[in-house]
Every structure is written in structure tokens, then in C-alpha cells.
Write a new protein. Sequence first.
Length: 462
Amino acid sequence: MVGAEDRRYASDRRGLALNVFLGIGGGFFGSLAETMLLPTLVLAFFVAPLTGSYATVGLVPAIGIGVWLLARLPAAILVNSRRRKLPWAIGASLIKAATLALLAAVCFRADQTSTEPLLRSFFICYVAYSLASGFGSVPVAAVISKAVPHEARGMFFQQRALWGGLSGLVAGLVVVQLLGPAAPAFPQNFGVLFLAVTVTQLAATFFLATIREPLRIAEPLMSLPAQALRGIPEALADPNFRRFLLFRLFLSSSTVVDPFLIIFAASALGVPSSAVGWYVIAFVAGRVLSLPFWAALAHRHGERACLQVAALVRLVPPLLALILPIMASSSPLSDRIGNAATLQAVFGVAYLALGISLAGQSRGNFGYLAEAAPDRSRAAYAALTNALLAAVAFIPIAGGMLIERRGYDALLLTATGLGLLAVFASGALTDTHVRTRPTAQAWRLRRGGGTGRERAVSRTRS
């Protein structure tokens, strides 16, 4: 019986090498689909002509982020106890493709006068899409953790990040073509876009379905929601974690301006719809190209430094939106940056900064919690952080209401103020970075009997 079990285990291992390439292919198409639907940029630009309410535009990223995070909780309850997790992942991916196909069909049948039914259909489909996306992220991560061999995971995630960056470039070029002057009229142009995302999502589903899920290889232990709940009192009693939550509250609240940047650019700066794709490319480029910088900064100064610099970079978009119209209208600079092409290019710096800041936040958040949280309470720390982010994700709705009452300047000043509060709060974060001497230096110190001060203390004691 023992030999038979060994043969079954070896049979499970035989399919793992192919899983690496299938996982990278699925990650490429999945990232391509998500980038073409960037909520704060592409979808916000789609919803804006359908409604006169800025609060409705702010609802788009709130659903994309908040509903996604909330859907992970039932997934953790239902999927963690199942031996086979791949069917759950495939089902969620198919639901995403179905909602996108339905949305494309609605856009093809709609015209510019029937905005209310199109808007209602969009939100119904997008809520279903976000629920399926958040739910499916849990079984997908579990399948990857089992299906990719441990010795190949470093290469797997490096290649997936590389191809994910390339997919962002492709996504931006697709959006440039589909929203450019030669594209169909609105909303048929977005119908073509949603159809392209549907095909891309089906390709991601195909790669996911062809992954061989091993059943006899132990997967990493995942914390259940009940375990996280038991650790919440200890997490809240930690002053270091409370300071981190305050910092995350201010930093996430500064995203109040994100979905309105493209609308501001179109209305105040005359940026054309074709610029949306170029801003997608700028966002992805900032996120991908800054990864080596964040890795070096974390290695030298720790994860707290990543969070502090990310908070500083986060100030660029609202400040640029405040200053650029003034610079374009002033007589000394109007000749240089007053034309639409120059304004479009300069405003792209805002999305470049957003991508850079997001990459730093993504690295710093998980790295800081991994350093600051005790092993026994790490699940509770992560759960409380995700709950805070899910709640704050709805703040763009308040940003839209602020525009309706006070105008864009009030929103941009509010976002800048929240960003400054995040910068100040980052200074109160505990430094968890452990600084170690290089091996050669440590060996010299040991051979020399320590530093001069240590030798003096030793002689005094003797």
C-alpha cells in the first residue's frame, strides 16, 4: 500500500512542470483583461457620459475594490475545506466572461439616448463581475500554491510579473485603438472593448482549466475566518498596528480623486478619449518599472521606507491637476504647454505616479505586516487591514458629492490634504527593518575582537 501511494504521489508530480507555463499564460491573459477594465480610468470614463452624477462615477472603483475584497470572505469559508479547488476557480472565471459578454451585447444594442438602461445594466454586470473576481481569487491562489513546484516558484512569479507588465502595454494599445477617432461611436466602441475583454477572459479560463491540480500534494495551511476573528483583540491591542491602520486610512482615503482625474482632464484640459489608452500604459509602466527601485529601497531601509515614499509620490496627481490649468493659462508658459498635445503628455505624469505609488504600497503593505505581526496573529492583522480597505474603497462616492457641491478644486485640495496626513502618519510607523552587517565585515570584527569601543570595555572589565 505504501508503494501504491508513492506511485500516486509521483503521478501528481509529473504534471507540475507544465503547470508553470500554463499558470504564466493564464496570468498574462487574466492581467490583460483586468487592465483593459481599469476601474479608475477606463470604466470611469465609460460611466461619465451616462450620468450627470459624479457620485455615480465614484461608485465604479468602490464596487471594483470594495466588492472584490468582500467576496473573498465567503470564498475562504466555502473553498478552504474542499479538496478540489480548481472547479471553483473555473466557475468564477466563466461567470466573469459571461457578465462581460452580456455587457458587450447591451452596448451594441444601446444608443446615445438610452443612457439609463445602459447604466443600470452596467452596474448589474459589474457587481456580478467583481463578486466573481474576488471569489475566484481565493481558489486560484490555492491551486497555484499546489500546482507550481516549490523549486520553480521564484521563476514562476518573476515571469508572471514580466508578462503581466507586457500585458499592460498590450491593453493600453488596444484601448487607444478602440477609443480613438477611428473607432465606432459611443457606446458601441465600449461594446467592442467589452467583447475583446470577454475573449481575453475566455483565454485565461482555458489556461486555468488545463492546469493539473494535484490532490495528494499538501497545500500551505490557510487561516480560516474563525481563526482570524480570535486574533482580532490582540491585533487591536498592538499600538504599532493601530498606527499602521491610521496610516492606511489616510493613504487609502487619498484615492478619493482617482476616478475623477480622467474626467477632469477631458473637461478642463481638452484631453481626447484616445488618451485613456496612453494613460493605461503610463500607469502600468510606473507600476512595473518601479519594482526594482522598491526592492532595493526595502532591502536597504525596510518596508516602512517603501510606505513613506509611496505616500509622497501619491501627492503628485492631485497637485499636478491643481497646478497644470494655472500653468497653461499663464502668459509665460501658455505658448509651451498650452496646446492639447502637450497638456495630454504632461498629465500622463499623474498616472505614472499612481502606478509607482501603487507598486510601493503593494510591496510595503504585505512586507510591513509580515515584519510587524506575530505569526500567531498574522491572519487577524491581514483581516482587519482588508476590512478597513473594503470600507474606505467607497470614499470616491463622497468625492463625487464634493465635486457636485464645491467643484474640482475642493476635491483636489481634499485629496492633497489626505495625502499629507498619510505622509505625517507614515513617520509614526515603527521601524521593523533588521539591519545586518555583511558577512565579511562581521568576520573581521570577530577576528579583531570587536570594535574599538567593545575592546575598551573588555579591558576595563578585566
